[in-house]
Every structure is written in structure tokens, then in C-alpha cells.
Design a protein around this ligand. Structure first.
Ligand SMILES: Nc1nc2c(c(=O)[nH]1)N[C@H]1C(S)=C(S)[C@@H](COP(=O)(O)OP(=O)(O)OC[C@H]3O[C@@H](n4cnc5c(=O)[nH]c(N)nc54)[C@H](O)[C@@H]3O)O[C@H]1N2
Ligand SMILES: Nc1nc2c(c(=O)[nH]1)N[C@H]1C(S)=C(S)[C@@H](COP(=O)(O)OP(=O)(O)OC[C@H]3O[C@@H](n4cnc5c(=O)[nH]c(N)nc54)[C@H](O)[C@@H]3O)O[C@H]1N2
Ligand code: SF4
Ligand SMILES: [Mo]
Length: 859
């Protein structure tokens, strides 16, 4: 079987993958991002490329249609709106998961042909503060470093980054470097104790949004202890005095950390020349996100620790092509190819190159404003591509209403049903990963090819072509006449050449004569190039700026809600949700809550809680843990309404934004109240087909034998057999019922032709039985009464909650192995195989070992 060399479609690490049509997925040993490694999500890609749930034909008003009708409808609606209300009455909302070719064309169509800059992207929720911070400091949006710096550094400071779960292959590269050089130090700055702490020598539990105070404190410490690089500052940096004065006016105690912890961190930073500061959403997604970025950059600029091997700030990108989107200018306040909308010479050159009838001359609406404009009736036609804003935007319920309020909505997606697609007038079927060709740029500016190894399913077309087809239907055919993504890429590189005289950081000349088919992963401007060691920046005077930043006044009263990611799910779960392996890690939306807060509220581990803010409400499983500090809550962002009724966390989050970048503050919601959610009944079902859950709380997920559902109901049904049949969609299945009135439990098994199709367990308290057992019994021909016992089949021990997703190793198996003498992560791997494939679960293995050893020592 020949394997195709392609790139993982998930995170910004940008790992090379060898993939085959038979489902083979391997890490590409020759790709410089991962050298053969993959994480759990990458390893499970083969489970996500089947056609279940795919959108295979265009749909108009919910009815399948041919392409010409769908394209005509989109072009007509956009054309009418532009004619009647002007170009700013239409908008595109796109995604860092589009390929560069798709992104380039969406931007070209909106900015050069429609003549508006109303194209914004989910990167607004992701990277906008880093972009704004880079531009303020450097004059351009430049990531100075390369991944090798993470291995060469003597100190890595992770700020607001759960690298172990979100950039697992980079985490593994750092872990390997630290093992080879034990003197290397890692500091993790996060209000939560995450899996990433396992690599850290020091965990600073900063107060939410205490980062500006922390880094302002570092800047004044560096100045006070003679660690500024006066030569570098004199030659290359402006604004040092003002930035330092502002830093000195800050009380570092506002970071919420004890003085000795601050001092230890400041000393370590000051004494280590090779420092890389890696930062991500704990920095960007904040009302002071841009200031946080500049507080970090100030420290690197003042010490000249930038652009040299093993030193520099490093904003890691989230999505596979967040960086490519920034390059093509896909944000509402950029033009194209790192050029500026406000600059008339830039606009003229781009318009001439595109030979376009018009060019936008002012910034468009940023994501939150864009959906506000939808709500206010100002947007008459909206096209959403490759993103699911009805779930991922703050104030998600109001965003869903805003989308519904737009007279015409088109959605391009690979899936037939998403929370956003359900609001569309026209659905456009896109080819997905494995079926499409193009390029992506990763966090270290490396451009890699995605290559198709599967045929396009049904009528699906690649996004670049859908955009070109709509453009043609709008009358712009000549400028959008491409036969392949290679032609689009060549035009993008040619635009780079045409705008070279403007002297930007972006330099794609390396790709000028590239053979697209054979393109190998390469960094711009050239491999291993770092920026700024030479002190050449992109402000008009050629210098960098240190920016004075003020630590925000923080109100620590009440509960605050922090949100983020799980190890094995990707965003709104349209793809990772298809994998039983990935679903097994954490199968329900949950709220992490400190034991003291849980006690005060009156909720126990495993209960349900109702969470309220002034925006909305969610019902979540409470996960009581001191991983979160007292007063702080954490909930994952992932669950859409389609798989978790009541579990969409963005329903709670207010659309507060950073004033400079427009990025929403998704990490800190105030005014949160949590109460126990008392249901009349709690249920768990394992079943063969997708269940139909209508209870106020209901979360469904895939399992190895079909599906499972966690439920909580407010009305007691008359008849449990009928309820089970209706949830399992099996009106005629043979029931077996066991009811225990004393302990308030009911169990129903449904079978057809002697095969167990579904088992329902109901209780007046949260159901505690082994999910793995119930799941494993579905599809078997065991006697129904045995299935109702809720235990594993004979000779099969219950493995417990899944820890290693790749090899399906559960917690009970691991604890048994520890008790039998395994004392290290490696030993656990030898005995159980856990952690020996992708390694993403190694931090959890280490934690289990530490916990169990403590317990055994205490006994
Ligand atoms: N498994 C998985 N991996 C992913 C993704 C996914 O969906 N799933 N998505 C990808 C994308 S698009 C992105 S953007 C990245 C995101 O990658 P990360 O940014 O690493 O992930 P998050 O979980 O969003 O947030 C990181 C951490 O910020 C912390 N934090 C919250 N508030 C503060 C604060 O005030 N200060 C500090 N210092 N820290 C704070 C949170 O507690 C959290 O642990 O992940 C990428 N990788
Ligand atoms: N509370 C909270 N909210 C957050 C965050 C947070 O940390 N906390 N993080 C934010 C961040 S950083 C991000 S990046 C966003 C991500 O949020 P979204 O972008 O909304 O999430 P995804 O689930 O990745 O949506 C991608 C969509 O594109 C579809 N798709 C997949 N492949 C293709 C393709 O090739 N073509 C087309 N046309 N469609 C395709 C998928 O089926 C899916 O519907 O969420 C943001 N929202
Ligand atoms: S770290 Fe995992 S999700 Fe990210 S690119 Fe690599 S394999 Fe894909
Ligand atoms: Mo992101």
C-alpha cells in the first residue's frame, strides 16, 4: 500500500503524516515538525475520515440540490444585498482551518471584488492579540523563533499554554530535550494545575489575568538587577523608559503569587540567557491580551533575548493554518500578504495585481462586532466557512440568534449537521482532510502540503473551488479561473514578489519556482531562519518598540469561569467526536470545581450542576478537583448542542473583548453562579444506534459498540420500557426490565434477534455503574439479565476509565500494574502498553503513579 505524505489537520504544530486509503496513519519520520511522532488525535485520524454524517450534496432550504442552483442562490443573495445595501452589508466568517489557497481566494473575493473588508475569522478568537502585540512591538506580525529553540533553551516559560494537551508533539520534544539535558528548566504559568505541570520545575498559579503584573514585575527586576542589554536597546529598541516606568508603577503582588515564588522565577529568568517564553490562549483570550503579549515581548527586547538559538518569545498557533491565514491577510483589519488596508500604496499595488474592480479602504467588522451587526439587521448575507460560531463564539446562544436573523446564510462544511449549519439557507459540501489538496503554515512558519489520498465523496468540492465558483456566478469568472490549488498558490507567491519592494518580513521567494506536487516542508524566509537577532525591525525607523502596559485592576470576588480544551477532542467535535477511542477519555461536558467551593455549593464529584451567568445557563457534570484554585471554575469549550443538550459552555461567556485586538476574553467570565442541578431521574444508556435524547441534560458520544448517553430528566416517565425504546430508536425491540424500588433503580435491556441493542440504567441519583461494562455488552448475545447486571462479560476484567486512548488502557488496569510493582511511566508501558504509541497520556500516567505511590506509602 503506498502512503501519501500529508499534514495533520488539527493543531498548529503541523505534524507530517503518512496516510493510506486503507486507514493507515503514521507519523512522517522525515517531517521536521514531528520526526515521526503523532499525538492521540493525529493517531486516530483514520477513525474520522469515514462518510458517516457527511454533507454530500448542496442543500437549499434543507433540500438536496445541484451545484448550479446552490451557487446561483448564493451569488444572487450576495449580489442583491450589495446592490441594495452596499458592499459592507455582506460578510464572510472563515477559519484557520481553511488551507492557504482557500483563504487567499476568500480574502481576494471579499476585499478586491466585493470591495469590503467584512471578512473575519475564528483566528480572531485565537491569535488576534498575538498579531496585535507583534505589530506593536515589531512593526509586523512576526514569530521570530523556530521549534529547535525549544530544544536549545535552558529555560522554557509556558504562559497560558496547556502544551501537553494542545500541542502534544511540541510537549514531547521538550520532554525529550529535558531528559537529555536535565539542567534545562521549565516554568508553567497557569491558574490551573494542568497536565503540562508534569514537565515543570515550577508551577506559578498566577491569578486569572495576573500576567501583566507578573511580567511588568519581571521587567523592573531585570532593570533593577542590571540585566538589560544596553547595547541592543540603544541600537534597536525604542520606548524602553516609558515601558519601564509603567512596569515600576505596577505592584507585582497583583499577579496573585507569594513573594518568594515571584523572586525565584525572576532570578531564574534573569540568570538564564537562553529563555524561550511560549504563550497561548491564557495570554491571547483576555480583555488585556495584547498588553499581556507586549509585557512578555518587553522582557525579551530589553535583554536582547530574541532571534538567537534558544531565546525568544514564541506564540504557538492553535489551528493548522492559523499562520497561513495571517499570511494571506484573512483578518478584517489586514489586506493581504502582511500588507495594510490603511496604506494607499499597498492597496493600489494589490488592486493592480488582482486587476480588481475595487479594493476595500477601511477595516471590516471583527468577529464579535460582525455577529452584533448580524443581530442588528445590518448584515444581509453571511457566508460561514469551516468554523462553527454558534458553538465557539462567546454568548453562543445570542450568536446563534444573530445568525438566524440574517436574511441569507450560506455555510460550507464537511458535515451535514452542525449547530451553525442548521441555521443556513444554503449548505455547500466541502471536501475534507484526506480529500483535498493545498498548503498550511505551522507555528514556526513552515509551509507543508496537505495531499489527498481519498476520492472526493458525493458532490463535495474543495473550498478553493467553491469560492471560485461563487465568484464566477457573481460575474468575476476571469479573476477566479483556476484549474487547481497549485495555480492559486502560484498567484499567492507572485503577489508576494510583486509587493516585495514594500520590505515586509514575509518573504516567500523560496517558493517562486516550487514544484507544488513535490513541495517539501519549508520555512519562510528560509529553513531555520530566525528574525530580529540582527536588530532589524519593521517600524518606519527600523527599531522595535517596548510598549508601556498597565496591569488591570482585578476583582477577585465571586466565582470566575475559565474555559479551554481536552486532550482528545478538537473544538466543536465534528470530527474527533466520531472516534470511540477519543470519546473515551472524557465523555461528557464537565465543570472543574475546587473541593471547598463544591462543599459550599453542596455538590459532590459526579453530580450535575446548573451554571448561570447573565448570558445564559449550562448543565455540567461536576468534577471536584484541586487542579483549579478556590474561586475558579474550568469548563471545556467542546460540546455543541447536538451532542450535549445544555452543555454548550459559550452560552455562559460574555462577549467582552480586548480593546486593541478585538479578541474575546474567553478565559475569564465573572458573575458565575453554580447550584446543584436536581433531576427527577438520572440515566445512562449504551446502545447500538445514535440515541434520541430529549432530556434537559443529555450528552451522547461514540463508543466501540455504538453510542452512549448520559441523561438527567425532570419528569418521571410512566413507562421505562417505552422511554428506553424511544431513546434507543427501537420501537419494537424486546425488553427485559429489572426494577429495584428500594434503591430507586430501574434497568432495561432491549434486544432484537437475541442480540443486546441497548441497556438503560436509571437511578434517582447519578448513575455510578461501570460505563465500560455496559458498553461492552451491547452487540453481544449474552442473556439480557446478565447485561442488566452492568458488569463486564465473563473473563473480562473492567479496565476502568480510559487513560491511554490509542491502546485503550483503563485506570483500573494501570492501578493494578502499579500495585504489582510498576514504578515508572516506562514500566507501566512495558506491562500495559499504555503511553507507548503517541505518548499523549504520559503526564496522566505519571500522575497516577505519584498518587498511587503516595497512597501506598500512607498505608
Ligand atoms: N486537544 C486539543 N488540542 C488543540 C485544540 C483542541 O481543540 N484540542 N485546539 C487548538 C487551538 S485552535 C488552539 S488556539 C490551541 C490552544 O492551546 P492552549 O492555549 O494551550 O489551550 P487552552 O486550554 O485553551 O488554554 C491554555 C491554558 O490557559 C490557562 N489560562 C486561563 N486563564 C489564564 C490567565 O489569566 N493566565 C495564564 N497564564 N493562563 C491562563 C488555562 O487554564 C489553560 O490551561 O490548542 C490547539 N490544540
Ligand atoms: N469558551 C471558549 N471558546 C472558544 C475557545 C476557548 O478556549 N474557550 N477557543 C477559541 C478558538 S482558539 C478557536 S480556534 C475556535 C474554534 O472554533 P470553531 O472553528 O468553531 O470549531 P471547529 O469545531 O474546529 O469548527 C470547524 C468546522 O469546520 C468543519 N470543517 C472541517 N474540515 C473542513 C473543510 O475542509 N472545509 C470546510 N468548509 N469545513 C470543514 C468542521 O466540520 C466544523 O464544523 O473556538 C474558540 N472558542
Ligand atoms: S501535535 Fe497532534 S494534533 Fe497537533 S499536528 Fe501533531 S499530531 Fe496533529
Ligand atoms: Mo484556536
Amino acid at each position: 500500500m503506498s502512503l501519501t505524505r500529508t499534514t495533520c489537520p488539527y493543531c498548529g504544530v503541523g505534524c507530517g503524516v503518512l496516510a493510506g486509503a486503507d486507514g493507515t496513519i503514521k507519523g512522517d519520520p522525515d517531517h521536521p515538525a514531528n520526526f515521526g511522532r503523532l499525538c492521540s488525535k493525529g493517531s486516530a485520524l483514520g477513525e474520522t475520515v469515514d462518510l458517516e454524517g457527511r454533507l454530500l450534496a448542496p442543500q437549499i432550504d434543507g433540500v438536496s440540490a445541484d451545484w448550479d442552483s446552490a451557487l446561483g442562490r448564493v451569488a444572487g443573495a450576495f449580489g442583491d444585498a450589495i446592490r441594495d445595501h452596499g458592499p459592507d452589508s455582506v460578510a464572510f466568517y472563515v477559519s484557520g482551518q481553511l488551507l492557504t489557497e482557500d483563504y487567499y481566494l476568500a480574502n481576494k473575493l471579499m476585499k478586491g471584488f466585493i470591495g469590503s473588508a467584512n471578512i473575519d475569522t475564528n483566528s480572531r478568537l485565537c491569535m488576534a492579540s498575538s498579531v496585535a502585540g507583534h505589530k506593536r512591538a515589531f512593526g509586523t506580525d512576526t514569530v521570530p523563533g523556530v521549534y529547535a529553540d525549544l530544544e536549545e533553551a535552558d529555560l522554557i516559560v509556558l504562559v497560558g499554554s496547556n502544551l501537553a494537551w494542545c500541542h502534544p508533539v511540541l510537549y514531547q520534544r521538550i520532554a525529550a530535550a529535558k531528559e537529555a539535558r536535565p539542567d534545562m528548566r521549565v516554568v508553567n504559568i497557569d491558574p490551573r494545575r494542568t497536565a503540562t505541570c508534569d514537565l515543570a520545575d515550577m508551577h506559578l498559579r498566577v491569578a486569572p489575568d495576573g500576567d501583566v503584573a507578573l511580567f511588568n514585575g519581571l521587567l523592573s527586576y531585570l532593570a533593577g538587577h542590571d540585566h538589560f542589554d544596553a547595547r541592543y536597546i540603544d541600537a534597536h529598541v525604542n520606548g524602553c523608559h516609558a515601558a519601564l516606568a509603567q512596569a515600576r508603577a505596577t505592584d507585582p503582588a497583583d499577579a496573585g503569587l507569594p513573594a518568594d515564588a515571584l523572586d525565584a522565577f525572576y532570578r531564574l529568568w534573569a540568570q538564564t540567557k537562553k529563555v524561550v517564553t511560549v504563550y497561548s490562549q491564557g495570554v491571547n483570550q483576555s480583555a488585556c491580551g495584547t498588553d499581556k503579549v507586549n509585557a512578555i515581548l518587553n522582557c525579551h527586547l530589553a535583554t536582547g533575548r530574541i532571534g538567537t538559538p534558544g531565546a525568544g518569545p514564541f506564540s504557538v498557533t492553535g489551528q493548522p493554518n492559523a499562520m497561513g491565514g495571517r499570511e494571506v491577510g484573512g483578518l478584517a483589519n489586514m489586506l493581504a500578504n502582511h500588507l495594510d488596508i490603511e496604506n494607499a500604496a499597498h492597496r493600489d499595488t494589490v488592486q493592480t495585481f488582482w486587476n480588481s474592480p475595487t479594493i476595500c479602504d477601511h477595516a471590516g467588522l471583527k468577529a464579535v462586532d460582525l455577529f452584533d451587526a448580524c443581530a442588528a439587521g445590518k448584515i444581509k448575507a453571511l457566508w460561514v466557512m469551516s468554523t462553527n460560531p454558534a458553538v465557539s463564539m462567546p454568548d453562543a446562544n445570542r450568536v446563534a440568534q444573530a445568525i438566524a436573523n440574517v436574511p441569507f446564510v450560506a455555510v460550507s462544511d464537511i458535515m451535514a449537521r452542525t449547530d451553525t449549519g442548521d441555521l443556513a439557507d444554503v449548505l455547500l459540501p466541502a471536501t475534507g482532510w484526506g480529500e483535498k489538496d493545498g498548503t498550511v503554515t505551522n507555528s514556526e512558519r513552515r509551509i507543508s502540503r496537505q495531499r489527498a489520498f481519498l476520492p472526493a465523496p458525493g458532490m463535495a468540492r474543495p473550498d478553493w473551488r467553491i469560492i471560485s465558483d461563487v465568484a464566477a456566478a457573481m460575474g468575476f469568472g476571469t479573476a477566479f479561473d483556476y484549474a487547481s490549488p497549485a495555480e492559486v498558490f502560484a498567484e499567492y507567491i507572485a503577489l508576494d514578489a510583486a509587493t516585495r519592494p514594500f520590505g515586509r518580513d514575509l518573504d516567500l521567494s523560496l517558493f517562486a519556482d516550487a514544484d507544488y506536487a513535490k513541495l517539501i516542508p519549508q520555512q519562510w524566509p528560509r529553513d531555520n531562519a530566525r528574525f530580529f537577532a540582527d536588530g532589524k525591525f519593521y517600524h518606519a525607523d527600523g527599531k522595535a518598540r517596548m510598549v508601556p502596559v498597565t496591569a488591570p485592576a482585578l476583582d477577585h470576588a465571586g466565582l470566575t469561569l475559565n474555559t479551554g480544551r481536552n486532550r482528545d477532542q478538537w473544538h466543536t467535535m465534528t470530527r474527533t467526536g466520531k472516534s470511540p477511542k477519543l470519546g473515551a477519555h472524557l465523555a461528557e461536558p464537565y465543570l472543574e470545581i475546587h473541593p471547598l467551593d463544591a462543599a459550599a455549593i453542596g455538590t459532590a464529584h459526579g453530580d450535575l450542576v446548573a451554571v448561570h451567568t447573565d448570558r445564559g445557563r449550562a448543565i455540567l457534570r461536576s468534577l471536584v478537583s484541586d487542579r483549579v484554585a478556590q474561586g475558579q471554575l474550568f469548563a471545556p469549550m467542546h460540546w455543541p448542542r447536538q451532542t450535549a443538550r445544555g452543555g454548550t459552555v459559550n452560552a455562559l461567556v460574555a462577549p467582552l473583548t480586548d480593546p486593541i485586538s478585538g479578541q474575546p476574553a474567553l478565559k475569564r467570565s465573572n458573575g458565575v453562579s453554580v447550584k446543584p442541578y436536581i433531576a427527577k431521574w438520572y440515566g445512562f444508556m449504551a446502545c447500538a444506534q445514535r440515541p434520541d435524547v430529549q432530556t434537559p441534560y443529555g450528552a451522547i458520544s461514540r463508543t466501540a459498540t455504538g453510542w452512549q448517553a448520559e441523561m438527567a430528566g425532570s419528569d418521571l416517565p410512566q413507562d421505562w420500557t417505552e422511554t428506553a425504546r424511544s431513546i434507543a430508536r427501537l420501537p419494537k425491540a424486546q425488553p427485559s426490565v429489572y426494577e429495584d424500588r428500594k434503591d430507586g433503580t430501574v434497568r432495561v435491556a432491549l434486544s432484537s434477534d437475541g442480540v443486546i441493542q441497548a441497556v438503560l440504567f436509571v437511578s434517582d441519583r447519578p448513575v455510578t455503574l461501570s460505563r465500560a461494562a455496559a458498553v461492552s455488552n451491547v452487540g453481544s448475545s449474552m442473556p439480557p439479565l446478565s447485561a442488566l447486571a452492568g458488569r463486564m462479560g465473563k473473563d473480562q476484567p473492567d479496565p476502568g476509565a480510559v487513560v491511554c486512548a490509542c491502546l485503550n488502557v483503563g485506570q483500573t488496569t494501570l492501578l493494578d500494574a502499579i500495585e504489582a510493582g510498576a514504578t515508572s511511566v516506562e514500566a507501566l508501558g512495558d506491562v500495559t502498553c499504555a503511553g507507548t504509541n503517541c505518548g499523549s497520556c504520559k503526564p496522566e500516567l505519571a500522575r497516577l503513579l505519584a498518587r498511587q505511590n503516595l497512597r501506598m506509602a500512607a498505608e
